[in-house]
Design a protein around this ligand. Structure first.
Ligand code: PHE
Length: 351
């Protein structure tokens, strides 16, 4: 085929396409010209027989023909997307293709939501290491060396005289896996000047036997607010009430029950009203209408002394809650182990 014949062939094909009026005709011409065995692909295959010096010009002309024919066909409604199929051939009731998008893990979500909620109140996020000293995890938090939580049966110790088999001497530098996020309170106060307003999410470790509600490794979020102006228990309650509503829904309220923690005085345990039964009593709240979620209280003056702050000049509150606990009640998860098994059949339900 000469270049001239090629131009004629192109003109004829375009005229043919311009004249066609129905979809079946368009499809026929698509097959005839650009289909797998169509005449334009045949020309491309035949290129090897074209004299070498004519090949570039010939090739260009064939490509231009193909482009023009495809454009003309597309303008007539023959589309690659439908592969030339007619509208009535498309079954719109077939399920779409599943793209399997990832979802945020419920624990990550609770932590991110908490940071966002407290962020609105001016709290920033503070961080601390999982391996702590006895001083930060216990002593500075007014928990004496003889307190049972210091014991080897409750805490994962990493380094101490006892671990090394060198006797029973206890020092401030002994190392352990933190049993709570409260040592980040100490780090924050040692590194800053009042006022401080932080939340500290992180992993915590205890020698607990794993069951549906316990895990040797879980997460807490600590909160600490200390200021040179007076801070009261009512401030703490209002902040936690705000958090409860933002996290669990508008109907949720908080109640305080007297409790004891070595590092707060007074200390309270914090309950949220049950978001499922709205306080009437159901299986989630064990018929009580309330769910225990946090420990809290006013920072004990002894803690301020340990970090070198004058308890007559500052006051503040602290709270700490379990991330797993919030996730379990919020998403109705009955077994804490589900949060660690990474079973997609479970995780992907929490979209
Ligand atoms: N650290 C405490 C616990 O793990 C919780 C707590 C934090 C209590 C802050 C009071 C203030 O049980």
């Amino acid at each position: 085929m000469t270049l001239e014949e090629l131009e004629q062939g192109k003109a004829a094909s375009l005229a043919e396409i311009a004249a066609v009026t129905d979809a079946a005709g368009v499809e026929q011409l698509r097959v005839k010209y650009v289909g797998r065995n169509g005449s334009i692909p045949a020309l491309i295959k035949a290129m090897k027989d074209v004299p070498k010096e004519e090949r570039p010009a010939f090739g260009k002309a064939v490509q231009a023909w193909r482009a023009e024919v495809e454009a003309a066909l597309a303008a007539k409604g023959a589309g690659a997307a439908t592969g030339g199929a007619k509208a009535e051939d498309v079954d719109a009731t077939l399920p779409g293709r599943w793209a399997a998008p990832g979802v945020e893990h419920p624990l990550s979500r609770v932590i991110a939501d908490t940071a966002r909620i407290f962020g609105k109140l001016g709290f920033t996020v503070a961080d601390g290491p999982d391996i702590e000293t006895r001083f930060n995890n216990f002593t500075a938090l007014n928990t004496p060396d003889h307190h049972p939580t210091n014991d080897r049966t409750d805490t994962f110790w990493i380094d101490s005289a006892e671990i090394r088999g060198e006797g029973t001497a206890r020092t401030a530098e002994d190392l352990l896996l933190r049993t709570q996020t409260s040592p980040v309170q100490i780090r924050t106060m040692l590194a800053n000047k009042p006022p401080v307003r932080v939340i500290c999410p992180g992993r915590t470790y205890r020698r607990d036997t794993t069951d549906a509600t316990h895990s040797a490794n879980f997460h807490q979020i600590e909160g600490l607010y200390v200021d040179t102006k007076p801070v009261s228990l009512a401030d703490l309650k209002s902040v936690l009430a705000y958090f409860a509503k933002e996290m669990m829904g508008d109907s949720v309220t908080v109640r305080f029950r007297p409790h004891f923690f070595p590092f707060t005085e007074p200390s309270v345990e914090v309950d949220f009203s049950c978001h499922v039964c709205k306080g009437k009593g159901c299986s989630v709240c064990k018929q009580s209408g309330w769910i225990e979620v946090a420990g809290a209280g006013m920072v004990d003056p002894r803690v301020f002394k340990h970090v070198g702050w004058n308890p007559d000049e500052v006051s503040g509150y602290a709270f700490g809650f379990g991330v797993e606990r919030i996730a379990m009640i919020k998403y109705g998860i009955p077994d804490i182990r589900w949060l660690y098994e990474n079973d997609l059949r479970f995780l992907s339900q929490l979209v």
